[in-house]
Design a protein. Structure first.
Length: 320
């Protein structure tokens, strides 16, 4: 059996690590933005989202943690200071190891209307309309990460989103933290240019998704950066990315994963379901805005089949 590894590096190499290119000036030049996206496989934008909704969502998510006794009582709620002993009292079988908190708490987060509303912000819709050159739609299957110091949590290993979501390979993921997130807090890093490799082979790994892309010795060009509130990182579904390991065991890292694609491209039906064993009817209880409920049903979406072979574990042959 292939051993499970924690964020496996490429073999026998020293990684090259540099900072994100700030693509904010390209927002007014869609052609240049698309060329940069194709070249690097990612785009990073400073202060892209307004702070107000992000801070309110942070507050709501931290209140869910506080209600379960996981936050240190001597600190302000918005600091997100974790009580390590309290969080580790949650039995491992009750934890969502891909999320960082218990299944019951994650259900409460998925019920938050604001969590599902932010991906419809006009800034997002304009960005992806320009990136794709046609009308875009957010997937309703949004993911919250609430990374804590629970003993079963490991950083997300290097991987491609395509093998997990499938549908169109031209879908893009957007990652943004709910608060300032420096690299030592466990922000994301991407392998620049890895979008040109197609689907790469995988091996078992700890962390969200349970699979890691097998990297070749020449694939060392990692880019990273410190995030301020409102910054976003977006990347193609072929781009290899991973989480850096947090150096702060007493802080929770709150972030969101949202995916977008062109409206006329194929989508797998799994991307139209909640991220968990929930129903939309359950999650929508008490919501006030009907515009963000079942919005995808207004369109004649083309559904794609699932290819299980993309998850097979096989050797990768490196040619460069």
């Amino acid at each position: 059996m292939t051993p499970i590894v924690d964020n496996p590096p490429a073999k026998d190499i020293r990684e090259k690590r540099s900072l994100f290119f700030d693509a904010t000036p390209l927002l007014d030049d869609p052609g240049a933005m698309r060329r940069r996206a194709e070249q690097d496989g990612y785009l990073f934008f400073k202060h892209f989202l307004p702070a107000g909704p992000l801070l309110e969502l942070r507050r709501q998510m931290l209140e869910i943690c506080a209600q379960r006794g996981w936050l240190a009582p001597a600190h302000d709620l918005m600091e997100g200071v974790i009580d390590e002993a309290a969080i580790n009292q949650v039995p491992p079988e009750e934890m969502r190891s891909d999320i960082g908190v218990s299944e019951e708490a994650y259900h409460a987060v998925q019920k938050l209307e604001l969590f599902h509303t932010i991906p419809h912000h006009p800034n997002f819709l304009s960005l992806y309309r320009n990136l794709f050159g046609k009308e875009a739609i957010p997937h309703p299957r949004h993911i919250a990460r609430m990374i804590t110091c629970h003993r079963i949590i490991a950083p997300t290993p290097p991987h491609q989103d395509f093998i997990h979501i499938q549908g169109t390979p031209t879908a893009w993921t957007c990652w943004f933290p709910l608060g300032d997130c420096r690299r030592e807090m466990g922000s994301l890093t991407v392998l620049r240019g890895s979008n040109h490799n197609g689907v790469v082979s995988v091996q078992p790994a700890q962390g969200a998704g349970g699979l890691a892309s097998i990297l070749c010795p020449h694939e060392i060009d990692w880019v990273e950066g410190d995030f301020e509130l409102g910054d976003i990182l977006t990347f193609s579904s072929y781009t290899v990315h991973r989480a850096l390991r947090s150096q702060h065991r007493d802080r929770i890292r709150l972030s969101c994963d949202v995916r977008f694609q062109a409206l006329d491209e194929e989508i797998h039906e799994g991307s139209l379901k909640p991220h968990g064993d929930y129903s939309w009817e359950d999650l929508y209880q008490g919501w006030k805005n009907p515009a963000v409920q079942y919005y995808w049903k207004k369109h004649a979406l083309r559904l794609s089949a699932w290819d299980p072979a993309l998850l097979w574990q096989k050797e990768r042959i490196c040619t460069n």
